[in-house]
Design a protein around this ligand. Sequence first.
Ligand code: URA
Length: 233
Amino acid sequence: MLTVMRLDKFVCKSTELTRSEAIQLINDGVVEVNDEVALHPAIQVHPNNNITLNGQKLTTRDFRYLLMHKPAGTICSNIDEAYPSLFNYLNIDKVTELHIAGRLDADTTGLVLITDDGRWSFNITRPEKQCQKVYRVGLSRPIADDVALMFQHGIKLQGEQQLTLPAQLEVISPKEVLLTLTEGKYHQVKRMFSAVGNRVATLHREKIGKLSLDVKVGQWRYLTPEEVLSFSN
Ligand code: URA
């Protein structure tokens, strides 16, 4: 898939160089874009541009897009901390170039999307893109009747100035609900239920946009081109 990106990122993606090494070479004047020396690492380039390093044409690897079923007790960080990193499950090259589009807490399970395409991630995580994420929530107390309306209107979370964006609540049973959000503030689901006097006992993300979980816990697969495009708006 062809995507516009910063020149320094393009140089990294088409070589084994680190970002700082790429910036240094750009500053040294040895990178050309369409036969002109390019001295600004931040300029936007397109893979169709003719980009050379010391006269050698550069071509990027394709971006990668993965769907994974996150197990409990793993963290959405590139390094192990109190829990092992989710990236330990990926037996593929250059894992450190990947990031998660919409992180989950260590105890949350379910669907995560993983990529090295930062622009694409924005389409998933930025509230204005209105990408819906569906969470199956197990509650420690029965859900009160007025919660769906409160979530629909938006509620004030502790420490936040703005109300939460309209969220849809579907009651499955007194202690099990589906919650659909288009934003992802820190610990948002847990804080929303805490704000209405309840507590999240279990949390599982089962959908992002049109994608549902279709791999077993701890497993992953690449997205199809159609699935990737379904998040490009
Ligand atoms: N909201 C939470 O509170 N935790 C998550 O992991 C995801 C959404």
